[in-house]
Ligand binder design. Structure first.
Ligand code: BG6
Length: 472
């Protein structure tokens, strides 16, 4: 099941970051770019153009970046950091002002002139989602989306989640994007898709012949997908309060994990085939009717959430969700999929448990103590484990549970797990959309989530103490 070999981007490229002074650029984008740079995986001619409101001169900007870069000292050679920073220029501007976009446009033309070439342009919206539409209109009006030449130099756009707030807003964002760019130029980020341990789900399922014959309702009892975080708001209260857990990770990361577990083997391992196999699963999610909501969905909020900075004092935003759904796919007839996520949980862990039916005794089918479980541990302690039963040594015939484990950290060649954003940036440079969400996937996931949200306030909001929700 090999896919294309790792490719390296060669053509000169300018990476424009709208909102370079923000948290995402410091935490994810710039460290990933620095790492790619130090591994010589960026084109020889590349430039990062940071666009933001704050006034900085060149030196102040460099100092600012250095102080914010989320890297361990000693992780990179000082020389690499210095040279990397030489590739970053700053344009001060306002997201709603045409003059600022003209200034940006002339900066890009200036770099191309210096290089004597029409370069690729990549735009990343590292800003709150409510600014997306305004920036996209300005990109359109200033003709930044148009490549500078027909032969060389593409333009591409990277969009972060949340992609819209519901079906309607996602459709309108999509329509706007489609006016400016063709589908092959649009890269919608769901950074979970780039996690090594999630890509391993497909490798594990399709490279081992022993699982495919039992990967269906006759053998699988249920699937439980968990994304638990011990942390609370970490200074993101204002943003989080406007979306809540189901939009923050439910509509995207959780459903993508479900798609990888449930999808059919794609016709090929090309980007199109993998994305449409994932989309097919999401389109088959059985919608939860208002009547079944109370039975199938639990929402919660941790005590103390409303005192977090930026959170409204009377907020009803959920920080915990557990929902049960099924798929209208014959392979998965009647198999419940549980999605569970929360902040301020007792532990940070993301994992997927696939419970197998107990063949020995039909009556105890649902006794978890008797079931084989295949666990994909997404993070931390990435790996895979299988619970199976062996005979307890002795005269009688009793069995007990044991575990077969594969841990990335135990295997030297697996110990260095590539960073999600490094992987994503590399893929957008080389034009591989496999690990990015397609329109179909986004629309199908909103189609499932939006009706739940329409009746959201009718569900009781259960309170829980920080760290009190037990992790099995
Ligand atoms: C983000 C959410 O998309 O994913 C955050 O907005 C969440 O709330 C994060 O903490 C989890 O990502 P990771 O890679 O740390 O598991």
């Amino acid at each position: 099941m090999d896919r294309a070999e790792h490719q390296v981007a060669l053509h000169p490229t300018i990476f424009v970051i709208f909102g370079i002074t923000g948290d995402l650029a410091a935490r994810k984008l710039l460290p990933a770019l620095l790492s790619l740079y130090s591994k010589k995986l960026l084109p020889k001619r590349f430039s990062v153009v940071g666009f933001s409101r704050r006034p900085f001169n060149r030196e102040e900007f460099r100092d600012f970046l250095r102080s914010r870069l989320n890297i361990r000292f000693g992780q990179y050679k000082e020389e690499d950091i210095k040279h990397f920073l030489d590739h970053i220029v700053y344009v001060q501007g306002f997201f709603d002002q045409s003059d600022s976009f003209r200034l940006l446009s002339s900066k890009l033309a200036e770099i191309d002139k210096l290089w004597g070439q029409c370069s690729n342009k990549l735009f990343h919206l590292s800003v709150p989602p409510n600014l997306y539409e305004g920036i996209l209109h300005k990109i359109h009006d200033s003709k930044l989306a148009l490549p500078c030449s027909d032969e060389t130099g593409w333009t591409r756009i990277l969009i972060e989640k949340p992609f819209g707030n519901d079906t309607k807003t996602a459709q309108s964002l999509d329509a706007l994007l489609a006016k400016l760019f063709k589908e092959k130029q649009i890269f919608r980020i769901d950074h979970y898709l780039a996690k090594e341990s999630l890509q391993n789900i497909l490798a594990f399922r399709f490279a081992n012949s022993m699982y495919e014959p039992i990967w269906n309702y006759r053998f699988i009892d249920r699937v439980h997908i968990k994304l638990f975080e011990a942390d609370g708001m970490n200074n993101r209260g204002r943003f989080y309060d406007s979306i809540g857990a189901i939009r923050d990770v439910g509509q995207n990361h959780m459903l993508m994990m479900l798609a990888l577990i449930a999808m059919e083997k794609p016709a090929s391992f090309s980007s199109n085939d993998i994305r449409s196999a994932r989309a097919h699963v999401l389109k088959k999610l059985k919608s939860i009717s208002p009547k079944s909501l109370v039975k199938q969905v639990v929402r919660g909020q941790y005590n103390g959430y409303i005192s977090e900075e930026g959170v409204k004092p009377n907020s009803k935003t959920e920080t915990y969700v557990r929902l049960e759904t099924e798929l209208s796919i014959s392979r998965w007839k009647g198999v419940p999929f549980y999605l569970e996520t929360g902040k301020s949980m007792s532990e940070t862990k993301t994992e997927i448990d696939v419970y197998f039916k107990n063949t020995e005794d039909k009556k105890s089918e649902h006794d978890p103590a008797k079931q084989n479980i295949l666990t994909f541990r997404v993070q931390p302690d990435e790996g895979i484990k299988v619970r199976f039963f062996v005979k307890t040594p002795g005269i009688g015939l009793h069995t007990e549970a044991k575990t077969l484990k594969f841990k990335y950290s135990d295997v030297a060649s697996f110990a260095v797990i590539p960073d999600d954003y490094e992987r994503l940036i590399n893929d957008v440079f080389v034009g591989d959309q496999t690990l990015f969400a397609s329109t179909d996937e986004i629309m199908a996931s909103w189609k499932f989530i939006t009706p739940i949200l329409e009746n959201w306030s009718k569900l009781p909001l259960k309170k829980y103490n920080k760290g009190a929700i037990e992790v099995e």
